[in-house]
Design a protein around this ligand. Structure first.
Ligand code: GLV
Length: 320
């Protein structure tokens, strides 16, 4: 008998077919609605493998309902939605999808930086609203990108790829990370600084750290108050790393100049969230890795991890 798995969202056919070759598959067939918790709680009781997305909270309570579960395969590089400690205690493997989304997410991070600096969304809305009456010297002026200082919090794969893009814009690049990366410093011409120096000196601060208890509210009132008044904060990691209330006040009061956010503490973010009322915020619905090719690669990699795990091999991207 084939092992049973549950997939928490409709996946591309190619990926489902691959999984069906190896497993007895049940799947939540919707694309725009996440699986309701009650259904997940029921489905998980029967299966040996779970294929899930970052939208599902795989917490201790849920894992307790799953006596047969051997592996949770997350179709994301971040896995803060999974209680890895609880999974490990129960002997359940957890896997993620690093590597395949690095360049695509770095592209989006730089796109968000540029859109925020040059007010692209605001300017486009201005035109469509019929407000464009004439060309005017200081109209819709933003911040220069070339030659500016970029500060990167979290120099993992995506951070390094972002630095490569920034070099092409002649940016001066600083980073702060748990450990120093001498090879990257040499190859990319970037400089390690402490947290405070990064905040004080950067024109653009990009948040790319994993979301853990240590990085929760990593950027709050104290950090924002060190930043330059012309500075732009970009977050394409996880919403909870930046304190949203503190960010709102910093943007509203002119303590910092703008922000580009692809992630929010609660997703989907409410449309009446205070941050969305500010013209100096560019907001996106968590699309960092959203290119067709990359999403397909992530979906396939998550399938491969699940197959390896349930066929008795060590999955390529085991995190515990
Ligand atoms: C997306 O945010 C991911 O972690 O892959």
């Amino acid at each position: 008998m084939k092992p049973k798995i549950y997939i928490t969202r409709k996946l591309p056919e190619l990926v489902v077919d691959k999984l069906k070759n190896a497993f007895e598959v049940r799947m939540w067939e919707e694309e725009v609605e996440p699986v309701p918790r009650e259904i997940l709680e029921k489905e998980i009781q029967e299966v040996e493998g779970l294929y899930c997305l970052l939208t599902e909270s795989i917490d201790r309570n849920l894992l307790t309902l799953a006596p047969r579960l051997k592996i949770v395969s997350n179709m994301a590089v971040g896995y803060n939605n999974i209680d890895v400690a609880a999974a490990t205690e129960k002997g359940i493997m957890v896997t993620n999808t690093p590597g395949v989304l690095t360049e695509t997410t770095a592209d989006l991070t730089f796109a968000l930086l540029m859109a925020s600096a040059r007010r692209i969304v605001e300017a486009s809305d201005y035109l469509r609203a019929g407000s464009w009456k004439t060309w005017s010297p200081m109209q819709l002026t933003g911040q220069d990108i070339y030659g500016a200082t970029l500060g990167i919090f979290g120099l993992g794969r995506i951070g390094e790829s972002l630095a490569k893009r920034a070099r092409g814009f002649d940016m001066n690049i600083l980073y702060h990370n748990r450990s120093r990366k001498p090879r990257a410093e040499e190859q990319l011409g970037i400089k390690y600084v402490d947290k405070e120096a990064l905040l004080r000196e950067s024109d653009f601060v990009c948040v790319l750290t994993p979301y853990t208890p240590e990085t929760e509210n990593y950027i709050g009132t104290a950090e924002l108050s060190l930043m330059k008044r012309n500075a732009v904060l970009i977050n394409t990691a996880r919403g909870g790393i930046v304190n949203e209330e503190a960010l709102y006040h910093a943007l509203k009061s002119g303590q910092i100049w703008g922000a580009g956010l692809d992630v929010f503490k609660e997703e989907p973010v409410r449309t009446d969230h205070p941050l969305l009322s500010l013209p100096n915020v560019v907001a996106l619905p968590h699309i960092g890795s959203a290119s067709r090719n990359t999403r397909l690669k992530m979906a396939l990699l998550a399938a491969e991890n699940l197959i390896q795990g349930l066929l008795g091999e060590t999955p390529k991207n085991l995190v515990n």
